[in-house]
Design a protein around this ligand. Structure first.
Ligand code: NAD
Length: 248
């Protein structure tokens, strides 16, 4: 028996990277999956590839999580296609790194707007369906730097720490209706977000990680699957670290 048979999921920022792995794994486990990302063409292409590899139903949606109308529209499309929405993964995220004294106000606002406000808007839209259905799973992709802080990432780490506060507040509000809300906090994962790092920096990072290497997107996806599936039904408001022991 597949672990997400009969469930409908929407993953934001799912055209590539960690989001795509999550969408792929959920579809492999039988879920119908909405792949939602900034580019409609890339979302549709990723959705088609996932459908043909897994045999599950998918749709590709254009979504900008920083815009309320876009979030409401994407959730509406998923409901229309799948008849409801059981699982939401708030994965879309951006970085605009700089030291604080050089960080522009617009760079601070842009990161907050996608990483933190985006999760709020999507959760609000999805919760309307989940609370009514008295079932739901919301998974927020935070980051180790939201827990530890990081020089050069004041905006990003603040947004990811904020996401943990949002997770806990939503968990408390939604628990009476069996809507569980948890966060996954990945460490350094090999995706486009980290591929810009120099080899030297990557080697230094790996030295700091007790497990001695960066993580793979699929390793984050497995944690999201655990929180989305039936094995986590007494878990809400938690932060699951997937960081090779980097931060404990
Ligand atoms: N890669 C890492 O080491 C790492 C570590 C910790 C946390 N994370 C988090 O994991 C998530 C995925 O990261 P990734 O490494 O796969 O990054 P990525 O850059 O490869 O993918 C991010 C995706 O989000 C999409 N996106 C950006 N802005 C959006 C918006 N406004 N609306 C909808 N989609 C938008 C992008 O188009 C892209 O497809 C992010 O939230 C990131 O902060 C990544």
């Amino acid at each position: 028996m597949k672990r997400l048979e009969g469930r409908a999921a929407l993953v934001t920022g799912a055209a590539r990277g960690i989001g795509r792995e999550i969408a792929f794994l959920f579809a492999s486990e039988g879920a119908a999956v909405a792949v939602a990302d900034l580019s409609a063409a890339e979302s549709v292409a990723a959705a088609a590839e996932i459908a043909s590899a897994t045999g599950s139903r998918t749709i590709g949606l254009e979504l900008d999580v920083s815009k309320e109308a876009s979030c409401d529209g994407a959730v509406g499309e998923a409901k229309k296609a799948f008849g409801g929405l059981d699982i939401l993964v708030n994965n879309a995220g951006i970085t605009k790194d700089n030291l604080v004294l050089r960080m522009k106000e617009t760079d601070f606002d842009a990161v907050m707007s996608v990483n933190l406000k985006g999760a709020f808007l999507m959760s609000k839209a999805a919760a309307k369906l989940m609370l009514k259905a008295r079932f739901g799973r919301i998974i927020n992709i935070s980051s180790v730097v939201g827990q530890s802080g990081q020089a050069g990432q004041a905006n990003y780490s603040a947004s990811k720490a904020g996401l943990i506060g949002l997770t806990k507040s939503l968990a408390r509000e939604f628990a009476p209706r069996q809507v569980l809300v948890n966060a996954v906090a990945p460490g350094f994962i090999r995706t486009r977000m980290t591929e810009g790092l120099k080899d030297e920096a990557k080697a230094k990072i790996s030295e700091m990680i007790p497990l001695g290497r960066m993580g793979e997107p699929g390793e984050v996806a497995k944690a999201a699957l655990f929180l989305a599936g039936g094995d986590s039904e007494y878990i809400t408001g938690q932060v699951l670290a997937v960081n090779g022991g980097l931060y404990m």
